[in-house]
Write a protein that binds this ligand. Sequence first.
Ligand code: ARG
Length: 569
Amino acid sequence: MIEIKRMIAAAIADKIRMINENSGLDAAAVFEMLEYPPDTKMGDLALPCFKLSKSLRRSPVQIAETIAEGFELRGVAEASAVNGYLNIRISNDYLAEKILPEILEKKEKYGAPDLGEGKTVVLDYCSPNLAKPFHIGHLGTTVIGHSLKKLHEFAGYKCVGINYVGDWGTQFGKMMVAYKKWGDKKTVEEGGVDALVDLYVRINNAISDDPSLADEARAEFCKMEQGDEENLALWRWLVEKSLKANDETLKQLDVSFDSYKGESAYTELMPAQVQKLRDCNLLKIDDGASIVDLEKYGMPPCLILKRDGSSLYPTRDIAAAVDRMDMYNFEKCIYVTSNQQILHFQQWFKVVELMGYDWYDKLVHVPYGTVSLNGAKLATRTGNVVLLKDLFAAAIDKSRSIMEEKNPDLRGRDDIAEAVGVGAIVFYYLFNNRIKDINFNLEDALSFEGNTGPYVQYTYARTCSILEKVKESYGGKVVISCDEESALLKTLSQYEERVRNAIRDYEPSVIARFILDVAFAYNKFYHNCQILSAEDENVRGTRILLTEATKNVLGSAFSLICLKKTERI
Ligand code: ARG
């Protein structure tokens, strides 16, 4: 649709020029104004002419009428003026001759915008603190971050996904105390995530009862910072176990990283940046600590060094950004974290700018809202945190029992239950604007009806099962014979634009919504039109091709938002 929309915008801009040569409205401006009307009875594209009335000094009604009069363009079936709107309808011929063949020809490349050639995007996401539970709060950063990576890759960028793990911090001191008191190698090796979580819960409970244990933990951490070999070895091992535990959950999402360079890697690179801050006269001593004053910019100071000279979270982020710029020469470096860190990023981005790094404006923070679980029944083991692994397990269990009931003979049920269970969580989560707070309700997420993962995965499986029955590919004439067909094609044809919008706004929900639009359009078509049993050969062939096109686009869009393709459900 993007191509015809551009042509329409250019044609409208020509007409506008006839009304007023100096309106300053070009094709690009008109393109931005064109809308997809919510009710397609009005048309496939609409131009709200009130937006033009100021610069053209005419009423919207007049403008719409003038543009509509004699409007002619290949691919446009009708242009009409209604109440100050110019409504445009795309012709079925255009859909049959241009859109459908293009989807089928380009296959998994269909919809890919040409934006990123030769450019690199670094994405910092997931990034949990190690030696702590990997919990439901990490879902957002992980799936939003990974979707943004997939979207950028789709658009031709070279992408580097970094799991900037918090592998240096006082939580390691606590775990060391816990391990030395109650742990042993065998239990942790064999017990995996659960053994680590047990130690974590036990030490935190113990500290609430006896605060002197917190001093012990700090002492262990300090010992390690000073190079104690025994503690360093224990740290290395805890990092490894913790990463491995998280990986099991990441695998269920099909998420992996190009780099795991975490906070500890920046101990060595930090002093150079601190020195640069000093050279730029940006550091101020405040009660023994070193800070950058940001009052002028309406922000509290950015803390660089503690009183004891040890570094802080922003310092490490600054050093890491410089390192990434050196390594990857990025076009954008994207950080996905909860909205609680908005100020942190605003502060250190400003500091980077003040340091004179001219790439400061390539740093992008993408925040998201908080996630909670209705009833929080899964939190029993850990007090108040819900492990991501437990959330997935509960969803997989539920989806397995739904399938046992709905389709008792399903082959490969376990894998499908995992894809659907995890997919349900992902879709439920990504369907909302990222900045919104979300309260999970597993029942809703797993419903097969409504705006859900199972519903769209089921639709994908439906296309697969139809196509499985088709013996020969159809190479005959494409004929669009009903509204459901053209509506489906019009929806599919919006793919590239939706991808562009998702990238522009760093908003994977745009793709989740698109997937749902396609699923609705396909199911409407499926219910109202015979496909394999259509009598007319051309009609049947066209409908099979439409099913194939839907499968292509759905499959491609699924992969953009960490949703697995399910050929059977
Ligand atoms: N480890 C941090 C946390 O759990 C998130 C890190 C985000 N990335 C960054 N470069 N600061 O809160």
